[in-house]
Design a protein around this ligand. Structure first.
Ligand code: BGC
Length: 431
């Protein structure tokens, strides 16, 4: 099927951020996605499974006395139910992560029963014809690994690679899309610069070391996966998930300096890792997470966030500035890498269903627009499939297509998710 965009208006209305979706009776935008387009939703193990007592975050929550993930959404027991709901929503793919600490709770010890648990998870997806995209590291580490200094020490990289090798060998027949790390920069920034995530360190020097080692673990992991698949002549697609964000200078008296900071933040956060890894030919596709816009104020070259009462964008439940156009602009920039692109996370925590719908449609419109301009986007994953534990923010923010009652673990599909299901089924967006 060919992609096409049609608009009723002479001046492409697709450029406008949508603010009143659902209220306008006139259909003004239509786009057909290719039949191979992968509609999905993403989750991570620690945020959904519950009872991850061997993970460093479990210790961190106790130490910092923050809300604990505890049983989270009990996805560990209810995964089959959750995937059936994903199927009901016409999804074609699910992104999930394996919890390293469950599988490898002590150095050199790999628990067969936990590997078998994930085998069941993957088999369930296979039976439902949902393609798995698996993340090997989504922010959490085994306690023993954290205690031995985690990625602060280059000597520890081999521990991670041991886990990677074991898992990829076990799962190579059923998984083709691997994401070795989720958002290395976000991991390093929150855990080693701001200290608001495990391990709660605030040191730029340590952060640099950790980043260097994570990237080096990625490159070695990439080669390892390629070798494993090569032996069996099976295709594999390997990448790292990068968080991308629209950075804009804070409009204040030192606008020029703020612009410089925004320029550097954009370069470092959005592109430097991708630049580096493409030069090392270590990316099979680009995997990006996009949520919002950040205003940057000069404070050293990199600057800091600048919340401002006069910014015109709507804020979501977490106070993030919603700016769909930023996704389009960044996707255009990513075109230059000549690699297929997957939007591996996009979503929002809202309090009203109409706002989820507005967020979904306005961002999908930007994806559609980018595709109509020849950008090779292969899939879109909503974050998240089910409501879950939002790290230091606890259970307040609800990103899910599916609502979770944290007392009973009952699931309920949210109304806007049915709108998403319709798009996934019809493979088209019409606004
Ligand atoms: C992370 C998720 C997180 C989501 C919403 C992403 O950056 O991968 O773990 O829940 O953002 O904050």
């Amino acid at each position: 099927m060919r992609n096409h965009i049609s608009t009723k208006h002479a001046i492409a209305p697709s450029i406008q951020p949508l603010t009143s979706l659902g209220t306008s009776p006139s259909v003004s935008f239509k786009f057909h996605f290719p039949s191979s387009f992968l509609w999905g939703a993403a989750i991570s193990s620690y945020q959904t499974e519950g009872a991850n007592y061997n993970s460093d975050w479990y210790v961190f929550e106790k130490e910092k006395k923050i809300q604990e993930a505890a049983r989270a959404a009990n996805h560990y027991e209810l995964f089959s139910k959750d995937f059936k709901l994903a199927k009901e929503l016409n999804l074609k793919a699910v992104r999930l992560s394996f919890e390293w600490a469950r599988i490898n709770p002590k150095p050199g010890v790999y628990l067969e029963e936990e590997i078998n648990h994930y085998k069941e998870v993957i088999q369930t997806l296979k039976i439902l014809d949902l393609k798995p995209f698996v993340t090997l590291h989504h922010f959490t580490n085994p306690i023993w690994f954290a205690q031995s200094g985690s990625f602060q020490s280059s000597k520890n990289i081999d521990y991670f690679l041991g886990y990677l090798k074991r898992i990829v060998e076990e799962f190579k027949d059923d998984i083709q899309h691997w994401l070795i790390f989720n958002e290395p920069l976000v991991y390093v920034y929150n855990g080693y610069i701001c200290g608001r995530w495990a391990p709660g360190v605030k040191s730029i020097r340590t952060a640099q070391k950790v980043l260097r080692n994570v990237i080096s673990a990625y490159i070695d992991g990439y080669k390892e996966i390629k070798n494993i698949y090569k032996e069996d002549n099976i295709p594999s697609y390997v990448s790292v998930v990068n968080h991308i964000r629209k950075f804009s200078p804070c409009p204040s008296f030192n606008f020029g300096q703020n612009s410089i900071s925004a320029y550097f933040k954009n370069k470092i956060s959005n592109f430097d890792i991708i630049d580096y890894l493409t030069k090392k030919t270590s990316l099979d596709y680009l995997a990006v997470n996009y949520y919002c816009k950040e205003y940057v104020k000069f404070k050293g070259l990199i600057g800091c966030e600048c919340p401002h009462q006069f910014h015109k964008e709507r804020k979501n439940y977490l106070g993030w500035y919603i700016y769909p156009q930023g996704l389009y602009e960044l996707l255009k920039k990513l075109k230059g890498y000549n690699l297929p692109i997957y939007v591996m996370e996009n979503g929002s925590a809202e309090t009203e269903d109409s706002l989820y719908k507005e967020y979904l449609f306005s961002h999908l419109k930007c994806v559609a627009r980018a595709m109509s301009e020849g950008i090779d986007i292969r899939g879109y994953f909503w974050w998240s499939l089910i409501d879950n534990f939002e790290w230091d923010k606890g259970f307040g923010p609800r990103f899910g297509l599916i609502d979770v009652n944290y007392d009973t673990f009952e699931r309920r599909i949210k109304p806007f998710a049915y709108e998403y299901a319709k798009i996934c089924k019809e493979n088209k967006i019409e606004i």
